[in-house]
Design a protein around this ligand. Structure first.
Ligand code: BGC
Length: 758
C-alpha cells in the first residue's frame, strides 16, 4: 500500500475523525504560569541584623559562612582546641556534630563572650529519624502511611535534640527512593513523589514546630536538592541526566511542598544533574528556589562538597570552586573550609560580588535571629531540660507505635501469624538478639545498650514464650556449626522465626549494593530451615526491599521490619504475637530481579504493553516479567478486606478545588484491622504520555470484623496538573482514570471528566 492510499483509506479517515473527536475533549492544554505562588513567610532581615552586618569586617563575614565540625574525627560531646580558638576569633558561623547541653553551652559561651561581635552559633546535627529515641528509618515510617504520627515523631526528635543544644538538623531527606541498589533509599519516603511531598510537610511541621523561636524548635534543612536519588545505576554520589521537566515532575515535588511549609534551609546534592553538581546549579538554586518558590531561608553545602568540585571537573581549584558555589547561591560551606580559605582574596581581586556575599551573611544571621539565638543563645542548652527530655517513657511509647505501624506483612500462608503467646519459639538469625543494627544508619545519640532487641521484645510482651536461640558466630555469620544448631533449635520448637537482613552499615550513605539481597550464609540458613518441611516466618531487617526471589518463596510468612529503631524489638514482638495488627504498606515496589530496576508504579505507558510473562515484540524482557514481585502499596493484614469500585461524588463542579471519591470497604475476615485505601490517577490523553498510575490520595480506616464503611478520599485539583516542559505546567483536563484499591497492583477504575477551565 502506498502512502497516499493509506491516507485516503476509509480506516485512516475514521481514525482521523476519532482523533479529531479526542481533540475536542482534549484541546491544547491550558498552561499555568509559574512564579505566581504567594511568597511564603520565611526569614525576615531585621534592623538588628542589618546593623550587625554593617559592623562586620570581611573576615568576620566570611567566618559566618563557615560551618565546621566541633572535633575533626568525632561526633558527640567533643570540642577541639582549634575549634574553640576559631570561634573566639569569629571564624565560625556554625558547628556540626557536637551534642550535649554542657558542650553546646560552652560553644555558645565562647561565641557570645569571646568573639568580637558576640554572634551565637548555629549548631547542627543529622537528626534524621530521632535523637535519643530512635524511630524507624524514614522508609519504614513512610510504610505507616500515617503523616500525623510522623509529625509527632519529628516533634519528639526536635524536643530531644534541642534539649541537647542542637538548633539545626540536616533533615528531612526529601530525595525519592526509586532504586533499591541506592543505599540512601533508607532515608527516603519511597518512590511516590506525591507521597514524599505529603511527608515532607508532615516532617517540617514536626521539626520546626509552631515557631522557630521556641526553644524546642529545630531549623530543618531539606536535602539533597535535587535528583540525588536518581543517580545512575543507584551508585552513590554519581551523576544523573534529568531534564528540568523530569525533575519538576518527580524530584522537586517534595522540596516545593517543603518550601510552602516554611522550610528554613536547603542542602544541595553532591551529585551532578545534567553535568552540574548541586552547589553550582543556578537553575535550581536561583531560578526555581529563589525566583519561583520565593525561598528565603539558608542554603548550606553537603559535607565537603565545595572541595569536591575540582574532582567533578567543573572548577580549577578551591578558589574557583568557592566563587562558583557562592555565585550559584550557596550561603554556607560545610566542612570544606573553602570559603574561609579563598573568599577573602577573591573579594580583594574583584572576583566576587560583595552584595552576594552580604546576602549570604544576612541569611545566616537571619536564621540565627529566627531561632531566637540572639535573645537567648543558651535556651536549648539547659542540662536540667536535657535530663528531663531524654529517655522519656512517652517518647519510647511513641517509637513503639510508629515502629509497629511501619511493619509490612508481605506473606502469611495459612494464617501462620500471629504466633501463639505460649510454647517454644526458635528465634534464629543474625538480628534476633542484635542491638547494634536495629537503629539503622543514622543513630544520632541513640544508645546501643538501650536498644530493645527482638528477643527483648518477646521477653517483654510474651513472657510465656520459651525462646530457643541459635546465634551466629562472632562475625554475625552462620557457618556449618551455627546452621546445625539452628536446625536443632527449630526441630524441637513449636514455631520458627528467622530474623534476616542487612547490617546498618550496609544501608545508607555510601552503601549502594549491586546485589541488594541477603548474604550467602543467610540464604544457606534459610534453605536449611526449609528442609525441615515446616512453616516458618522471616522477619526482614534492612533499608530497602531485598531483591532475592527465593527469600520470598521459601518462608510461609514474611514481615518487612526495616530498621525499626531503638524500641523496634517490642513492636516486632507485639505484631508477631498479634498484640498489634499489621497496618504497614510498601512505599516502594519490590522488584523480582535486579535487571528490572528501576521499577515503580508510575511508569509511563508503551505502545506495546506486556503485563504478564514475556511476550514476543512487546515491551519488557524475554526472560523476566514486567510486573514487580510486590507492587507499591502492598501490605497484608491479619484480617481480610474487600474493596468496592470507586464512585466520584459531585464531579461536575468545575469550581471545586477537590474531587471526592468514595469507596466501600468491608472487613470480611475474622478480626479487627486497618485498611489502607489507595487512590491513583491517570489523565488518559495528554500532549505528554502520563504515567499509568500515580498515587494521589489514601485513607486509613479501622474496621471491626464484619464491619463495612464508606471511605471518602479527596483529590486536589492542582495535583492533576503536569509539567509540559522545563518551564510550563499544564492544567489536567479531559478524561481521567480514577483507580482505587489495596495497592497499585489491584485497583478498580472509574472515569472522571474534568472540563478545561482557564
Ligand atoms: C551527607 C549529608 C549529611 C552530611 C553531614 C554528608 O556526607 O550526605 O546528608 O547531612 O554528611 O553529616
Amino acid at each position: 500500500m502506498t502512502r497516499l492510499s493509506l491516507m485516503t483509506s476509509p480506516s485512516f479517515v475514521l481514525r482521523g475523525l476519532f482523533l479529531l473527536g479526542l481533540c475536542a475533549f482534549n484541546p491544547l492544554p491550558v498552561v499555568i504560569e509559574p512564579a505566581t505562588a504567594a511568597e511564603p513567610p520565611a526569614f525576615t532581615v531585621s534592623a538588628r541584623v542589618r546593623a550587625l552586618l554593617a559592623q562586620m569586617t570581611l573576615e568576620e563575614k566570611i567566618g559566618q559562612l563557615n560551618l565546621q565540625a566541633g572535633d575533626k574525627d568525632r561526633i558527640g560531646p567533643f570540642i577541639s582546641k582549634e575549634t574553640e580558638q576559631a570561634i573566639s576569633e569569629g571564624r565560625v558561623g556554625g558547628i556540626l556534630n557536637v551534642y550535649g547541653a554542657e558542650h553546646t553551652h560552652e560553644l555558645q559561651r565562647i561565641a557570645t563572650t569571646q568573639s568580637r561581635l558576640k554572634i551565637p552559633l548555629l549548631i547542627g546535627l543529622d537528626v534524621v529519624h530521632g535523637y535519643r529515641t530512635i524511630f524507624p528509618v524514614p522508609i519504614g515510617q513512610a510504610a505507616s502511611f500515617n503523616p500525623d504520627l510522623i509529625t509527632r515523631a519529628e516533634r519528639v526528635a526536635a524536643i530531644e535534640a534541642t534539649s541537647a543544644g542542637i538548633n539545626w538538623t540536616f533533615g528531612p531527606v526529601l530525595d525519592l527512593g526509586r532504586d533499591p541498589r541506592w543505599g540512601r533509599m533508607v532515608e527516603t519516603a519511597g518512590e511516590s513523589p506525591w507521597y514524599a511531598a505529603v511527608l515532607a510537610e508532615a516532617r517540617i511541621k514536626g521539626l520546626q514546630g509552631e515557631r522557630l523561636q521556641s526553644s524546642d524548635a529545630l531549623l530543618a534543612c531539606a536535602k539533597h536538592f535535587a535528583g540525588n536519588g536518581a543517580t545512575e545505576g543507584g551508585r552513590e554520589y554519581t551523576a544523573s541526566d534529568l531534564s528540568l521537566r523530569a525533575l519538576r515532575e518527580a524530584e522537586l515535588q517534595p522540596f516545593e511542598r517543603a518550601v510552602k511549609a516554611e522550610l528554613g534551609c536547603i542542602m544541595p546534592a553532591f551529585n551532578a544533574v545534567d553535568g552540574v553538581p548541586g552547589i553550582l546549579n543556578q537553575r535550581l538554586l536561583q531560578t526555581v528556589l529563589r525566583d519561583e518558590w520565593h525561598f528565603k531561608g539558608l542554603v548550606v553545602t553537603d559535607h565537603g562538597a565545595i572541595a569536591e568540585l575540582p574532582r567533578h571537573g567543573v572548577a580549577e581549584d578551591m578558589s574557583d570552586a568557592s566563587i562558583g558555589a557562592l555565585t550559584a547561591g550557596v550561603d554556607m560551606d560545610m566542612a570544606s573550609q573553602a570559603y574561609s580559605g579563598s573568599l577573602k582574596s577573591a573579594v580583594e581581586a574583584g572576583r566576587i560580588d560583595v552584595a552576594r556575599l552580604d546576602a549570604a551573611v544576612l541569611r545566616v544571621l537571619a536564621a540565627k535571629e529566627e531561632l531566637g539565638l540572639f535573645d537567648n543563645p543558651f535556651a536549648r542548652s539547659l542540662a536540667s531540660r536535657e535530663q528531663e527530655k531524654l529517655d522519656h517513657k512517652d517518647h519510647k511509647a511513641l517509637a513503639v507505635t510508629l515502629a509497629g505501624e511501619s511493619l509490612v506483612l508481605l506473606k502469611n500462608e495459612n494464617a501462620l501469624l500471629p504466633l501463639p503467646p505460649k510454647g517454644r519459639l526458635a528465634l534464629i538469625g543474625p538480628f534476633a538478639t542484635d542491638r547494634d543494627n536495629l537503629m539503622g544508619p543514622w543513630e544520632a545519640n541513640g544508645q546501643h545498650a538501650k536498644v530493645v532487641s527482638i528477643k527483648d521484645g518477646f521477653a517483654r510482651v510474651a513472657p510465656h514464650l520459651q525462646l530457643l536461640l541459635a546465634q551466629p558466630d562472632k562475625e554475625g555469620l552462620y557457618g556449618k556449626k551455627q546452621i546445625a544448631a539452628a536446625l536443632q533449635a527449630a526441630r524441637v520448637a513449636d514455631k520458627i522465626v528467622l530474623v534476616l537482613g542487612e547490617k546498618a552499615i550496609d544501608s545508607g550513605e555510601a552503601s549502594s549494593r549491586a546485589f541488594p539481597g541477603l548474604l550467602p550464609d543467610q540464604m544457606a540458613l534459610l534453605k536449611a530451615i526449609k528442609t525441615l518441611n515446616r512453616p516458618f516466618t522471616v522477619v526482614l531487617i534492612g533499608g530497602r526491599p531485598f531483591v532475592e526471589p527465593e527469600l520470598y518463596t521459601l518462608p510461609s510468612a514474611i514481615v518487612h521490619a526495616w530498621f525499626p529503631g531503638s524500641e523496634g524489638g517490642e513492636a516486632v514482638a507485639r505484631l508477631l504475637t498479634g498484640l498489634s495488627e499489621p497496618v504497614g504498606h510498601m512505599p516502594v515496589s519490590v522488584p523480582r530481579s535486579v535487571g528490572q530496576i528501576p521499577i515503580t508504579h508510575d511508569k509511563r505507558p508503551t505502545g506495546r504493553p506486556s503485563l504478564g510473562p514475556p511476550e514476543a515484540f512487546m515491551s519488557g524482557y524475554i526472560d523476566e516479567h514486567t510486573t514487580p514481585l510486590y507492587p507499591f502499596g502492598y501490605g497484608l493484614s491479619y484480617t481480610r478486606f474487600t474493596y468496592g469500585a470507586p464512585v466520584v461524588i459531585g464531579a461536575s463542579d468545575p469550581a471545586s478545588r477537590f474531587y471526592k471519591i468514595q469507596v466501600k470497604v468491608r472487613n470480611t475476615g475474622p478480626r479487627q484491622g486497618v485498611a489502607l485505601v489507595q487512590l491513583y490517577t491517570r489523565q488518559r490523553v495528554a500532549p505528554l504520555s502520563q504515567p499509568e498510575k500515580q498515587l494521589r490520595g489514601f485513607a486509613r480506616i479501622a474496621l471491626q470484623a464484619g464491619e463495612e464503611k464508606d471511605v471518602l478520599i479527596s483529590v486536589a485539583r492542582e495535583d492533576l496538573d503536569f509539567w509540559l516542559n522545563d518551564t510550563q505546567k499544564a492544567k489536567g483536563s479531559g478524561w481521567f482514570d480514577i483507580m482505587t484499591g489495596p495497592d497499585a497492583g489491584e485497583t478498580q477504575t472509574t472515569r472522571l471528566f474534568i472540563p478545561v477551565t482557564p
